[in-house]
Design a protein. Structure first.
Length: 149
């Protein structure tokens, strides 16, 4: 069934993995986990770029999350865009702290790991249906996952 947000997203075709991205991933390797139409929350703490600064900012999105044999992709769009795409041996993924919580999986990292001109902390909370399964896959590909709850 899914949550109200997931049903609404599915009905409006929001947060779906584009067919071109799906085809590319399937040609490169196998998709290990896919969640579409999920709620994602981005939290920016002491975040700054040359044109913008925010002490604290929180935004909600509807997006998708993919783990393939080679990479992680978390993407969401609504007024703004969250776009994380990293191979398992990428420095960005090595800089991330994964925390499996009862209601969401948290990906936290220093903003400069994604954009050298940015500073501060970024946390993306992925409200996934199978947090334990995703944590297990992440651990198998070499990511460090902390369980909190």
């Amino acid at each position: 069934m899914g949550t109200i947000v997931q049903r609404l997203a599915a009905g409006l075709h929001l947060g779906r993995l584009p067919e071109a991205v799906r085809a590319q991933l399937e040609s490169e390797d196998r998709i290990l986990y896919l969640a579409e139409g999920i709620l994602e929350t981005a939290i920016f703490r002491h975040y700054g770029t040359p044109r913008f600064y925010s002490l604290y900012r929180r935004m909600g999105f509807i997006g998708y999350f993919v783990l393939s044999e080679r990479r992680l992709i978390a993407r969401a769009k609504c007024f703004h865009e969250i776009d994380i795409s990293a191979a398992y041996d990428d420095e960005l993924l090595k800089a991330m702290t994964f925390t499996a919580r009862p209601k969401y999986l948290s990906l936290a990292f220093d903003a400069s790991a994604k954009d050298p001109q940015a500073s501060g902390q970024i946390e993306v909370r992925l409200h996934l249906p199978d947090i334990a399964g995703v944590a297990k896959i992440l651990e198998q590909v070499g990511a460090r996952v902390v369980s909190d709850g």
